[in-house]
Structure formats: structure tokens, C-alpha cells
Design a protein around this ligand. Structure first.
Ligand SMILES: O=C(O)C(=O)C[C@]1(C(=O)O)C=C[C@@H](O)C=C1
Length: 296
């Protein structure tokens, strides 16, 4: 059975996401450690959060994807997110509340309303906060609902969320190898660094638009070198096996200093992508025929 390192410890949202894939689950404490496990070959896959509908991209994941040896996404899954507030049995007063920064940000208004004056503390993960509360380091933790099954804690509140219908998307990563087959409902992800000149980002986006490619995500992260220099993470609908996507990625390659492929994989929503692949194939066949002198 393949081994999947996931952003743990037990009881995180990422664990629930990882359970949707076939494999033996291996908890590790941080996102970089989960990805390092797959890079070193200690596990076959790593499962990490990539974006949340309320708080946006998960910076730790974006940063780890560009470092060291390449890893590629082969699948994604989306979880509905709502939180539980866990406390040690018998707790009467809450002065400190701990969680992953993304989780704290999603319940900020609830905390202000229900626990005014409480101090919020960032921990490595939601379940890491639960473990710390169990050890007596903080009074309360903002966790995934399942965390109550893993720690000797009680539910102070459940179903907590400032914005209804929050969702988080997770990636299943592995070392580069055979790509998943195109399904007609895929996503492709790349990260590029561009020369610093006028209009370069608009050139990249035009390459996509000209080929009828739908952009589903655009994030920038500093290169961590010169101030004001950025990497762009680009998600589009389609699979690199499709001519228009392959063509567009080749164009992005031409516009970039550096480009890294982060995967082509089925979208979690399985909604078919309008691809116009026949038109691209017909156009390529025409050019081919003209080159051979068979057509005018
Ligand atoms: O700490 C966890 O439980 C996680 O899986 C991380 C994470 C995130 O990074 O966004 C996942 C989903 C929630 O939005 C809150 C935290």
C-alpha cells in the first residue's frame, strides 16, 4: 500500500483530506516535513492544504513547492471546513485560544463576539493546538470536528465559522513520474519567475486567453531575493496533454526566467472543461498538410 505523509498530527483537516486517497497515512508536524518525506522517498505521496475559500492560499505550501527537487500534484480534494472549539474537561475560563493561523483567521469574529479579550496564539496546525491544550499550554483550541476523537478534550462549541460554506483545497503530491491521464475535467498548475519589465504578466495571461484557457488561480510570492521580485503561481483548467495547454505552457516558458510544472490532475469538482481540442487538432493538421505541400 502506498504511504502518504500528511500535515498532521492526527485530527487535522489535512488528515481528513488524506483519508480520501488510498494509502497508509503517516502524520508529520509541518507542511515542509510532509513534502520533504516524499522528496526523500520516505513516502510515496504527501497531502497538504493549498488554498482556503476565506483565507486564500497557504503560503507554507506555495513556498515548499518551489524549493529543492520538484514534486507534482496528481490529485486534489476539497473539504467543507467548520471548526470546533475544544477545551480541557472542567475548563471554566478561557484566556488563551490557539490554532493554525488560517483557522484563527476564519473564526476571528466569533472569538471577538464570544470570547472577548482572549489572546489568540498561532500553532503549527489545528490538531497541534489541541495537543498543546491537552498538555495545559493554552485554554482552548480551534480544531477540525474530528480532533475531539483524538485528544482528551471537550467540545466548548461546534460548527464555528465566520463565513458560511468555507472550503479548503488539498493536493496529493509525488515525485515527477507518469502524469495522470487527461479526464476532460483537469487542472494544470505551474510557477514562473519572469523578467522585471513592463507588461510581462499581461503577456503571460494573454497567452492563456488567446488559447481560450480559463485561469482558476493566480498567486504571487516574493522570490525571497531582491525586494519587489515575485514568482507567479498559475492554475488553469485543462491538462498538459491537450495541445492548447502544452502550447500555452511552451509560451510561458519563453516568457519566463524560470518555470516549474506543478501538475496536471483531475479537478475535484469534475466539471468538464470547454477545451476546443478538435479545433486545435484541425488547425495543427492543416499546418501539417500545408508544410507537406498537400494543401493551400
Ligand atoms: O491545521 C489543519 O488542520 C490543517 O489541515 C490546515 C488548514 C489550512 O492550512 O488552511 C486546513 C484547513 C483549514 O482551513 C484550517 C487549517
Amino acid at each position: 500500500m502506498p504511504r502518504i505523509a500528511y500535515f498532521g498530527p492526527q485530527g487535522t483537516f489535512t488528515e481528513q483530506a488524506a483519508m480520501r486517497f488510498e494509502g497508509e497515512l503517516v502524520p508529520v508536524d509541518t507542511i515542509p516535513l510532509a513534502v520533504a518525506a516524499v522528496r526523500k522517498g520516505e513516502t510515496d505521496f504527501a497531502c497538504v492544504p493549498i488554498e482556503n475559500s476565506v483565507e486564500g492560499a497557504v503560503p507554507a505550501t506555495l513556498d515548499v513547492l518551489i524549493r529543492d527537487e520538484p514534486v507534482v500534484a496528481v490529485a486534489e480534494t476539497v473539504l467543507d471546513v467548520k471548526f470546533s472549539i475544544l477545551v480541557r474537561p472542567g475548563t471554566t475560563e478561557i484566556k488563551t485560544i490557539a490554532s493554525h493561523p488560517h483557522a484563527l483567521a476564519q473564526v476571528r469574529d466569533w472569538i471577538a463576539e464570544e470570547l472577548p479579550g482572549v489572546t489568540s496564539i498561532a500553532t503549527s496546525s489545528t490538531a497541534g493546538a489541541a495537543a498543546a491544550v491537552e498538555r495545559g499550554e493554552f485554554d482552548a483550541a480551534v480544531t477540525a470536528p474530528v480532533a475531539v476523537n483524538h485528544y482528551k478534550l471537550d467540545e466548548y462549541a461546534t460548527g464555528v465559522l465566520d463565513v458560511a460554506d468555507a472550503r479548503t483545497r488539498f493536493l496529493l503530491l509525488r515525485r515527477p513520474g507518469q502524469l495522470p491521464e487527461p479526464t476532460g475535467a483537469d487542472r494544470t498548475s505551474v510557477v514562473v519567475t519572469t523578467p522585471n519589465r513592463v507588461g510581462v504578466l499581461s503577456e503571460l495571461l494573454t497567452e492563456l486567453a488567446l488559447r481560450g484557457i480559463n485561469l482558476t488561480g493566480l498567486e504571487s510570492r516574493p522570490t525571497k531575493g531582491k525586494l519587489g521580485t515575485y514568482r507567479f503561481y498559475i492554475d488553469v483548467e485543462g491538462h498538459i496533454a491537450e495541445p492548447r495547454i502544452g502550447d500555452a505552457l511552451a509560451a510561458l516558458h519563453r516568457h519566463s526566467h524560470e518555470i516549474r510544472f506543478l501538475g496536471s490532475f483531475p479537478k475535484a469538482d469534475h466539471e468538464p472543461v470547454e477545451a476546443h481540442n478538435e479545433e486545435f487538432a484541425a488547425a495543427a493538421a492543416w499546418v501539417d498538410a500545408v508544410r507537406k505541400g498537400e494543401r493551400g
